[in-house]
Design a protein around this ligand. Structure first.
Ligand code: ZN
Length: 113
């Protein structure tokens, strides 16, 4: 049985299509500005796999970035084809939920420097 906290019942744009809206099985609703999601892309091209340090620079992400297509990856994740041509990032639903909730323990600060 999947955890309802990261089980989406509905994945769709919000009313004015400015955000991606996910309704979760536990009753919560999350809304994500597309640019926020693109910046949070967890793929190896955007985050250093060894250090966890983000390679992608926020200022390089276009202001009008938006997904051209959204694909389900099995039952556990979404993958976006972005308008900047990027499309390798897999966003597990657990990751998406934590992105929105700002779950404690996820935001460890990087080592100095
Ligand atoms: Zn990426």
């Amino acid at each position: 049985m999947a955890d309802p906290r990261w089980t989406p019942l509905e994945v769709a744009p919000n009313a004015d299509a400015s955000r991606l809206r996910i309704r979760w099985a536990d009753g919560a609703v999350s809304e994500y500005p597309p640019r926020h999601l693109r910046i949070a892309c967890p793929c190896a091209g955007c985050v250093d796999e060894l250090t966890g340090r983000r390679i992608l620079r926020e200022e390089h992400v276009p202001r009008d970035i938006h997904p051209l297509a959204i694909h389900y990856v099995g039952r556990y994740a979404l993958r976006f084809d972005w308008s900047d041509g990027h499309g390798t990032g897999i966003f597990p639903f657990e990751y998406l939920r934590k992105l929105d909730a700002g779950a404690p323990g996820e935001g460890s600060s990087p080592p100095g420097g």
